[in-house]
Design a protein around this ligand. Structure first.
Ligand code: IPM
Ligand code: MG
Length: 360
């Protein structure tokens, strides 16, 4: 089969990690008889430099016309880069929000896995993570506080800022279904996270999630308040299978989840909607401080490309092959600097890509 992939290298380390992911897709294509046809698109700071905005409508249309989108990372350093002198809706990150919304990618899956080989990097005590953990954060991505009306006004000489948090039941229902569907393929446990002791949007969330759960009698549903969940993630991460939550809570908890794995450079992510078109990107950012130095860990992007094979193209065995190749490279003792430990062999971005490609 031929697949049309829109590639958005983005800023910082984005271009280098995307290049390695393409290397891996190339190898998968060779090995399994597929071709990937790429169209390179600009988004983020590089698009601001070229077009004066972080994502043009033409670029969004090009992404929409593809079978799937592979993204590196966008953004620079706040306070350092001129991009942050622009109004908020013209900054690099606004491009990301616009593409998610424009492609209606409302379901964001962020796996948090403690890789056996890297358990030493986990900041939690051994007795807490013994045996490893493997859960996903299923984050609603196109609603809530990040997309509500906002404004800053001055009233009687006093500045006031307003952000609004809105969810309707349809938005909750469709993400809840994703959560339960994913749980069905995993360990059949959904923990729905909200702040129902305070927020109306959370009370509606809880009610709708409960309704949806009736369609999935095999899945065990629990509810947890978000502040409590923040504690439970470090107290006992093994208890989780699928954490289902709204946009802002998911943003925060997925960062916490990646930190407890100790290796954010390893974590992939997929943003999906009602069609097969998805956006695949590493969970980490653009790391401008190490850009262009062959230091970045390409594995999160490579695993994101594997998720693309799995979720957008239904190429299960090809996706498994990529996941396996990554595990094998770790087993063979190769590490980029972010996951380096004593006695292992330090390699750069390019070499890591080569080593993984060799194992496919
Ligand atoms: C993420 C990021 C983005 C988000 C920012 C850059 C807008 O933090 O993907 O988690 O909050 O969604
Ligand atoms: Mg975030």
């Amino acid at each position: 089969m031929n697949y049309k992939v829109a590639v958005i290298p983005g800023d910082g380390i984005g271009p280098e990690i995307v290049r390695e992911a393409r290397k891996i897709l190339g190898k998968v294509g060779e090995r399994y008889g597929h071709t990937f046809e790429y169209q390179e698109l600009l988004m983020g700071g590089c698009s601001i430099d070229e077009y004066g905005e972080p994502l043009t409508d033409e670029t969004l249309e090009a992404a929409r016309a593809s079978d799937s989108v592979l993204l590196g990372a966008v953004g620079g350093v706040v306070g350092k880069s001129d991009w942050y002198k622009l109004p908020p809706d013209k900054r690099p990150e606004a491009g990301l929000l616009k593409i998610r919304k424009g492609l209606e990618l409302y379901a964001n899956i962020r796996p948090a896995i403690l890789f056996d080989e890297l358990s030493g990097a986990c900041p939690l005590k051994e007795n807490i993570v013994d045996g490893g953990f493997d859960f996903v954060v299923m984050r609603e991505l196109t609603g809530g506080l990040y997309f509500g009306e906002r404004k800053t006004v001055e009233e009687n000489g006093i500045m006031k800022a307003i952000d609004t948090l809105t969810y309707n039941e349809n938005e909750i229902r469709r993400i809840a279904k994703w959560g339960f569907d994913v749980a069905m393929k995993r360990n059949k446990r959904v923990c729905s996270v909200d702040k129902a002791n305070v927020l109306d949007s959370s009370r509606l969330w809880r009610k709708v999630v409960k309704e949806v759960s009736k369609e999935y009698p095999e899945v065990e549903l629990t509810d947890m308040l978000v502040d409590s969940c923040a504690m439970e993630l470090v107290r006992d991460p093994k208890q989780f299978d699928v954490i289902l939550t709204e946009n802002m809570f998911g943003d925060i908890l997925s960062d916490e989840a990646s930190m407890v794995t100790g290796s954010i450079g390893m974590l992939s992510s997929a943003s999906l909607g009602a069609t097969k078109l998805g956006l695949y990107e590493p969970s980490h950012g653009s790391a401008p401080d190490i850009a262009g130095q062959d230091k970045a860990n390409p594995i999160a992007t490579i695993l994101s490309a594997a998720m693309m094979l799995r979720y957008s193209f239904d190429l299960e065995k090809e996706a498994d092959a990529v996941d396996e190749a990554v595990k094998q490279v770790l087993k063979d003792g190769y590490r980029t600097v972010d996951i380096m430990s004593e006695g292992k062999e330090l390699v750069g971005t390019v070499k890591m890509g080569d080593l993984i490609a060799d194992r496919i």
